[in-house]
Design a protein around this ligand. Structure first.
Ligand code: PMP
Length: 277
């Protein structure tokens, strides 16, 4: 089953207007929420970010978050999801194609779940650098993902696990992840401004690192600083905490997952809904 507006229907029954602005302009916002053992992880934080993204592009959500929560929880139960995610998007709606906001369009909500056949890899990964050619509102989780898609595609074609964006010398984030580095046991990541998406996993990690007594700095760092860091990792809802052991062919630190990364990951696992694994 999937959710389309107020209905809970099968995927085959769903109808999307070809003039939906999400389809024609990428005019909408979305969220991906992990489900562990049938339970959402950080659902309220994702909903809050959805509300903010929608408000930044002046879409009025066509539902109360409380009501949406009940419905997505029902969806997970109906679909019997054990380990997977919820994808949820809201577009500005359907109207004859024209750039200005339509006067009459009603926002369209689509939500569905996906059960994983296997857990996403958190094996140490290799990354490449790529110039951040995206717009200057990367804080909005919008459907416009071309810059991210092109970067990820290039990284895959070149045999890497992630593309790390930089604006000039400054590292911003990954194509679908936030980037962290550790130097002298201090955890660094780009500040949550308009140049990055403030990841829900990123925020969780900052708070867990703090609980672990680590010093945390939301400060931008350069490509060279990343290359000469002691440890690096990427984070996202689906990839969790994933060590990065090589960037552009340069080995990071020992070339293996570092102690601080391992400690943060262990703490992250402890924060997941109970009885995972
Ligand atoms: N940055 C970008 C560009 C992303 O697409 C994602 C994944 N949604 C993230 C960061 C990580 O965000 P989160 O931890 O909320 O999944």
């Amino acid at each position: 089953m999937i959710i389309v507006n107020n209905q809970m229907i099968s995927k085959e029954q769903a109808q999307i207007d070809i003039e939906d602005r999400g389809y024609q302009f990428g005019d909408g916002v979305y969220e991906v929420v992990r489900i562990y053992n049938g339970v959402f992880y950080e659902l309220d934080a994702h909903f809050k970010r959805l509300e903010r993204s929608a408000s930044e592009i002046k879409i009025k959500l066509p539902f109360q978050l409380k009501e949406l929560k009940t419905r997505v929880e029902k969806l997970v139960t109906l679909n019997n999801v054990h380990s997977g995610h919820l994808y949820l998007q809201v577009t500005r709606g359907a109207a004859p194609r024209n750039h200005p906001f339509p006067v009459k369009a009603e926002p369209v909500l689509v939500a569905y779940t996906k059960e994983y056949d296997h857990e996403p890899s958190r094996l140490p990964g290799r990354a490449m650098f790529t110039e951040d050619i995206r717009w200057l509102r990367c804080d909005i989780k919008s459907l416009n993902l071309l810059g991210n898609v092109l970067a990820k595609q290039e990284s895959q074609e070149r045999g890497f696990d992630e593309a790390i964006f930089h604006r000039g010398d400054i590292v911003t984030e990954g194509s679908s992840t936030n980037v962290f580095m550790i130097k002298n046991r201090i955890v660094y990541t780009h500040p949550a401004n308009q140049l990055i998406l403030d990841g829900i996993t990123r925020r969780k990690i900052l708070s867990l690192a703090n609980d672990l007594g680590l010093q945390v700095k939301e400060e931008a760092f350069t490509k060279d600083e990343l290359l000469s860091s002691d440890e690096a990792f990427i984070s996202s809802t689906t990839q969790e905490v994933r060590p990065i052991i090589e960037v552009n062919g340069h080995t990071i630190g020992s070339g293996k997952e570092g102690d601080v990364t391992a400690a943060i990951h262990a703490e992250f696992v402890k924060s997941l809904p109970v009885s995972v694994n």
